[in-house]
Design a protein around this ligand. Structure first.
Ligand code: C5P
Ligand code: MG
Length: 153
C-alpha cells in the first residue's frame, strides 16, 4: 500500500462562492483563488500525487498559467488520479480535516463525503471528514488536510 498527504489553505473574502469537495456551501465568504479555490480538492490532489511521488498540484497546473484560471478543481483530482492509476495503484481510503470558523460544515458532510467518494470511485465508508474551527486563530482562512491510502490495482 501507499500513503499520501496533502494540505491547502485559502484566504476568505466576502461575496465569493465557498466550494468544498465540489459542493457549494452557502456562506457570506469564500476563498480568494485563481481556480475555484476548493481547498479540500487541492489537498486531495496533493495527497494523491504525494502517494505516488508524482510532484504536486503547482508542478502540474502552474497558477501563473491563464489556462488554470477558474478551472474546476475536479480536473486537478482527475489528473492526479490518472497518475495514481498509471503507477498501478487506486485510492481505497480518504481521511481529511477542514478548518473553518464559519459557516458550520456538519450539515454538508453527507454531500461532501459522497462527492469525494464519487470522484475517487470509493465506497461511502472510504471517506471520512472532520471539521474544526480555528478558535479564532485563522478567522479569514479555510484550511484542508487530507490523507489517502492506496492499494495496488
Ligand atoms: O473547533 P471546534 O472544536 O469548536 O468544533 C466543534 C465541532 O463543530 C466540530 O467537531 C464539528 O462537528 C463542528 N464544526 C462544523 N463546521 C465547522 C467547524 C466545526 O460543523 N466549520
Ligand atoms: Mg488551493
Amino acid at each position: 500500500m501507499r500513503i499520501g498527504y496533502g494540505e491547502d489553505a485559502h484566504r476568505l473574502a466576502p461575496g465569493r462562492p465557498l466550494i468544498l469537495g465540489g459542493v457549494r456551501v452557502p456562506s457570506p465568504v469564500g476563498p480568494i483563488a485563481h481556480s475555484d479555490g476548493d481547498a479540500l480538492l487541492h489537498a486531495l490532489t496533493d495527497a494523491l500525487l504525494s502517494a505516488v511521488a508524482a510532484g504536486d498540484i503547482g508542478a502540474l497546473f502552474p497558477n501563473d498559467d491563464p489556462k488554470n484560471r477558474d478551472r474546476p478543481s475536479r480536473e486537478f483530482v482527475a489528473a492526479a488520479l490518472a497518475r495514481v492509476h498509471a503507477r498501478g495503484f487506486r485510492p481505497v481510503e480518504v481521511r481529511g480535516v477542514v478548518v473553518l470558523d464559519a459557516p458550520k460544515l456538519g450539515p454538508h458532510r453527507p454531500a461532501i463525503e459522497a462527492a469525494l467518494a464519487e470522484l475517487l470511485d470509493l465506497a461511502a465508508e472510504g471517506v471520512g471528514l472532520t471539521f474544526k474551527t480555528s478558535e479564532g486563530l485563522a478567522p479569514h482562512h479555510v484550511q484542508a488536510r487530507v490523507f489517502v491510502r492506496l492499494d495496488r490495482l
